[in-house]
Design a protein around this ligand. Structure first.
Ligand code: AHR
Length: 646
């Protein structure tokens, strides 16, 4: 007799119902954007592609990054001087004094954990140079490999006794992420240098003083709705004196006064050589925002230094300078070329306005002392620029006394948009996917301004950019999208990190001196940012809220530009989930597209060597009438786009 075979019945499919013909709230074009902060060498050593560290000899240790280069019997001295500087904002410069030229005396620069150069690419080497008396008239600029082999060489010459800029182009013969740069003087005497520079000729959109192409490409590919800059705590500074002051970051780069980066000694991963040259300054941020199609969102200091540090505060009756900076920034961005600050923008190369519509007042401030400072800012800005939307702070945590106080006060003030930050474990993100379902629809709008799932990792491994974190973020983001009438902007934070020079993890995009990769979280942001839609569509799972039903999370949107219905479903379970997606009211049938991001391994990460271990795959899907049957893979994010029809 044959043995009886018991079969486990296939689980009944979950039903995701999308009300395709009942579009709800508009989704702000700013919905998913990017948060840039100069942390983890994101600016100097990262997006700003200058290869020379301490190019203007203004670090606290003025020769930081530079060492003596002695060959054969050469002999000389390197000194940093201040007499007869290039300009008053750039008071230090390097004097190379050659006693004996031998095989060349000079200075080497170590770059930002090395100098990245690509074989065949063109680089511009330049410096301001002044010959002293009858000192040397020419110098060599070399790029060398670790063992001293010359990979590229140029001569600068014709120096006079006045400062003048000289430049040449070089094309390295080999690729090296950790090359060195050398100034070599082959004649005795004194010669002065400032603003010594080595940059790739090709930058994003080939802007003058432009940005590293591969890194901007990652941002452009996200199709970000906004670019928040320059942070983060960097806005606040450890002390007010070290706050970010946008006016010191615009104009001629030789006249921008750098300061130490507040992340240089913030935690155990110290980087005493981490400075802000402000080569990437507010003009470049605005230009970047425009170039990647994002609304600019500058965050300004409101008279408060970082409350995790000194917490120094400008008295409330002495905020004029800070408020004036905010008013002048609107003029810089939007004012006519005939205005003082609009004129500077025009002279820098952008006569047209930058279309600034939002400003953040303070970063992650808290307490009534923040409210006391926010009020005069809001009064002055709204009086002069009523259409500018102001972003105010909800403090560093997503709940608790500080958070409640700020929300209470800001609601009473009828604030425009409140910036919430959450660096929380993955479980928090899963549990909070319905966070905004209950928010007051008539109160201030929300900017989910800094968020990232922070794992704790087995064996004290710490906060990883793994699939577990990214999956939880995706589940949470369906809640942001479903509540787009409340949540107007959202950004993962921080954005960039140098693999050899970071202070904070996790981060969205990692890079070394030549390569870069997107984390699993990056691909989640990309799926949401490139499939954002224009109107929220009501969605339910098994007739209940679309958050956390059997480990499923969903959101849906209509893209009025294409006529597509977009559905996002996140399966956080470790099993396949059969799902029936019902497009109620839809008439179109047939083909659509589907993107799936998944990993069976929650610990999976991407890396420079395995950049797409977790990356989306795209395929065609066919509707069965106006219904779609899907087997959602375990631990997956699925985005479906189908035409809605009439
Ligand atoms: O993103 C890193 C830091 O986190 C930001 O500078 C700050 O706003 C927050 O505490």
């Amino acid at each position: 007799m044959a043995a009886a075979v018991t079969q486990t019945p296939a689980p009944a499919p979950d039903v995701v119902s999308v009300q395709a013909t009942r579009p709800g709230a508009a989704i702000a074009p700013t919905m998913f954007g990017v948060f840039f902060e100069d942390i983890n060498f994101a600016a100097d050593g990262g997006l700003y592609p200058e290869r020379i560290k301490n190019r203007s000899f203004e670090f606290t240790e003025p020769l930081a990054g530079w060492t003596k280069r002695e060959r054969g019997s050469s002999d000389g001295e390197l000194t940093v001087r201040t007499d007869g500087p290039l300009n008053a904002n750039n008071p230090h410069y390097l004097r190379i004094r050659v006693h004996a030229a031998g095989n060349g005396f000079g200075a080497s620069n170590a770059g930002f954990r090395g100098i990245g150069i690509q074989a065949g690419a063109v680089y511009v080497v330049s410096a301001y140079v002044r010959r002293v008396g009858a000192g040397p008239q020419t110098v060599k600029m070399l790029v060398t490999g670790e063992r001293g082999s010359v990979l590229a060489e140029a001569s600068l010459g014709g120096f006079t006794n006045e400062w003048r800029r000289y430049e040449a182009v070089i094309t390295p013969s080999a690729t090296n992420p950790r090359a060195q740069f050398q100034i070599v003087v082959e004649q005795p005497g004194d010669v002065d240098f400032d603003m010594v520079s080595l940059v790739p000729r090709e930058t994003w959109n080939n802007r003058p003083n432009g940005l590293r192409k591969d890194l901007v490409q990652w941002l452009a590919d996200l199709k970000p709705g906004f670019l928040r800059f320059p942070g983060g705590c960097i806005v606040e500074g450890k002390r007010l004196e070290l706050r970010y002051q946008w006016k010191k970051t615009v104009g001629d780069v030789t006249e921008r006064t750098g300061i130490i980066n507040r992340w240089a000694d913030e935690n155990e991963r110290t980087a005493p050589d981490y400075y802000q040259s402000f080569g990437l300054g507010f003009y470049e941020y605005f230009q970047l925002a425009e170039d990647i199609g994002a609304s600019p969102l500058p965050i300004l200091n409101c008279g408060m230094a970082c409350q995790f540090n000194s917490g120094e505060m400008a008295p409330v009756d002495q905020l004029d300078e800070y408020i004036q900076d905010a008013l002048d920034l609107v003029e810089f961005a939007n004012g006519p070329a005939s205005s003082r600050w609009g004129g500077l923008r025009a002279r820098m190369g952008h006569p047209q306005p930058f279309k600034l519509t939002m400003i953040g007042v303070g970063n992650e401030q808290w307490g009534t002392r923040y409210i006391d400072r926010f009020k005069p800012f809001a009064a002055a800005l709204k009086a002069k620029y009523p259409d500018i939307q102001l972003i105010s702070s909800a403090g560093p945590s997503p709940a608790g006394d500080r958070f409640d106080l700020l929300w209470r006060e800001l609601r009473a003030l009828k604030a425009d948009i409140v910036d919430e930050h959450y660096y929380q474990p993955p479980a928090w993100f899963l549990a909070n996917a319905a966070r905004y379902d209950q928010y007051d629809r008539s109160g201030p709008k929300v900017f989910a301004g800094e968020f990232a799932a922070h794992t704790t990792g087995a064996g004290g491994e710490g906060k990883r950019n793994n699939w577990q974190a990214a999956l939880a973020e995706a589940a949470f983001m369906t809640g942001l999208e479903r509540n787009a009438d409340v949540v107007r902007l959202a950004s993962y934070a921080p954005l960039f990190a140098h693999v050899d020079a970071w202070q904070w993890a996790p981060d969205l995009i990692w890079f070394d001196n030549l390569r870069s990769f997107g984390t699993p979280s990056y691909y989640v942001q990309k799926l949401f940012g490139t499939n954002v839609g224009t109107r929220v569509l009501p969605v339910s799972i098994n007739s209940a809220t679309a958050a956390a039903q059997n480990g499923l999370y969903a959101s849906a949107a209509l893209d009025e530009r294409t006529g597509d219905v977009i559905v996002k479903v996140v399966n956080t379970a470790a099993t396949v989930r059969p799902v029936r997606v019902a497009f109620d009211g839809m008439t179109a049938t047939g083909a659509g597209r589907m993107q799936v991001l998944l990993s069976a391994d929650l610990q999976a990460e991407n890396s420079l060597d395995q950049p797409t271990r977790v990356a989306p795959m795209e395929s065609a899907v066919t509707l069965n009438g106006t219904e779609l049957r899907l087997d959602l893979p375990p631990q997956s994010v699925t985005v479906v786009r189908v035409p809605r029809g009439r």
